[in-house]
Design a protein around this ligand. Structure first.
Ligand SMILES: Cc1cc2nc3c(=O)[nH]c(=O)nc-3n(C[C@H](O)[C@H](O)[C@H](O)COP(=O)(O)OP(=O)(O)OC[C@H]3O[C@@H](n4cnc5c(N)ncnc54)[C@H](O)[C@@H]3O)c2cc1C
Length: 432
């Protein structure tokens, strides 16, 4: 019997567990550990609450968690409650699927002013992440700026634009819904350092913007190259650019505007005690397609600035780390130690991109560790004994179901599901 520890219960962790189960059948026990008693990582805390069909991917992970060879062990932080070396003693292989939860910094003066926040914080706030429940983003001013040209930037801008009514059927947390309902923000400027041909925004996310109840996207036609230049683009990007071009024809008759400001590089954030504006430099593309400053600057008013320019992984003691992720070669970090998902590749791709990652690492493990193990690793029983000796109380999958059922049962009529937003609330539901 082999014992495997997958650290992190987001998509990468679940796809890896699924692949290991397929590879080893009943010859392996797979424990999926997470620092929280609630699984699914960014499916719960990242993916937008108004994209419920995407969040439904967790149903597939439920099946994995419920299968005979897999256990979910929550409320355990690897690197704090237990070390990777401890896990390597107890398990045949350890797979780090810890994601990339920290916002990359812009690295500009004024970035630390109140009112400048990262998308992980803002997204965590509206999705009920316990670390960001008290964020209280500034929604009293009329202008917000979102920095970034990807789907996370679009998520942030869209959430700021929607009406209360448009959140029906979502699982946005109550505190965010109420705050957004009273928001004074009327203009959301999306700053992209390069042009429409360089966006990492996908058609589905862009397409939604043309149909918002109270907000309309705004583009500057002069930012686009001649239409023939769209021809050689990869089909998905071409579709995105076509959608962006189409925004120029929309009637500007709604209360809120989502302004796409391309070729715009933030130089500094300014304000008296809190952010009031961003100073931006106009850019152009150089020969390599990178953004080059032109020296022309202008200011964009902003009482709230959200940066959405990427994420980095949390280091774990004694695991080699560089450039915001674990140092690895095709997922292998060291003997019997692997990384998958964002902790392996960095924060790119969709939920589905994590699947081949997990399957690839499971294949490598199966190739190096035959099903008939030496039998001297203890796996979960040893882990639980060690945790108990350290006063750590792990939770299991039934505990998660109890939390989930309580959350669903807490929904007020006509309101989204009331997610618990504090670690102690989860533990309280479990009577701990
Ligand atoms: C705002 C946002 C919106 C997104 N929207 C979409 C979308 O609409 N569609 C789409 O396809 N993709 C979307 N993505 C991308 C998708 O969420 C990622 O591809 C995916 O979640 C990465 O999976 P992961 O398992 O590597 O990391 P995560 O999902 O982050 O999972 C990591 C897990 O590890 C746990 N963990 C971390 N450190 C430790 C530790 N030390 N000990 C124990 N556990 C730990 C965390 O609690 C978490 O559960 C979005 C991403 C973001 C940020």
């Amino acid at each position: 019997m082999r014992h495997f520890a997958v650290v992190g219960s987001g998509p990468a962790g679940f796809y890896t567990a699924e692949a290991l189960e397929k590879a080893y059948g009943d010859q392996a026990r797979i424990d999926i550990l997470d620092r929280y008693p609630v699984p699914y990582g960014l499916i719960r805390f990242g993916v937008a609450p108004d994209h419920q069909s995407l969040k439904a991917v967790s149903k597939r992970y439920d099946k994995v968690a419920e299968s005979a060879g897999v256990d979910f062990i929550g409320n355990v932080t690897v690197g704090a409650d237990i070390s990777v070396a401890d896990l390597l003693d107890l398990y045949d292989a350890v797979i780090l699927a810890t994601g990339a939860p920290h916002d990359r910094k812009l690295g500009i003066p004024g970035e630390d002013l109140p009112g400048v926040i990262g998308s992980a914080e803002f997204v965590g706030w509206y999705n009920g992440h316990p670390e960001f429940a008290d964020l209280d983003p500034f929604l009293d001013g009329t202008h917000a700026v979102v920095v970034g040209a990807g789907n996370v930037a679009l998520d942030c801008a869209r959430i700021l634009s929607k009406t209360r009514h448009e959140f029906e059927g979502s699982d946005i947390v109550g505190h965010a819904l109420d705050a957004l309902d009273h928001s004074a923000i009327r203009t959301i400027t999306i700053l992209g350092r390069r042009g429409p041909h360089q966006v990492a925004m996908t058609p589905k996310e862009l397409g939604e913007l043309g149909h918002l109840e109270d907000a309309v996207p705004v583009v500057e036609p002069a930012d686009f190259p001649p239409i023939e230049a769209d021809e050689p683009l990869e089909p998905g990007l071409r579709k995105s650019v076509t959608l962006l071009r189409g925004f120029a024809d929309l009637p500007q008759d709604k209360a809120k505007h989502m302004v796409f400001d391309f070729f715009a590089k933030p130089l500094r954030a300014e304000g008296d005690g809190k952010v009031e504006r961003i100073i931006v430099e106009r850019t152009e593309l150089d020969e390599k397609g990178s953004a080059r400053g032109t020296g022309d600057t202008y200011e964009v008013p902003a009482s709230l600035v959200i940066t959405a320019i990427g994420y980095s992984t949390s280091p774990i003691p004694d695991v080699p780390f560089e450039g915001g992720k674990f140092v690895n070669e095709n997922g292998r970090i060291a003997d019997r130690l692997y990384a998958v998902g964002w902790a392996r590749r960095g924060p790119t791709g969709t939920i589905g991109t994590n699947r081949p990652d997990g399957y690839d690492v499971a294949e490598q493990i199966a190739a190096s560790l035959p099903a008939q193990g030496s039998g001297d690793r203890e796996g979960a029983s040893g882990l639980k004994r060690l945790l108990e000796s350290r006063g750590v109380m792990p939770t299991d999958y039934d505990d998660w179901r109890k939390i989930e059922e309580t959350e669903v049962g807490n929904a007020r009529p006509g309101s989204p599901r009331e997610k618990f937003v504090r670690h102690q609330d989860w533990l309280q539901v479990l009577g701990r």
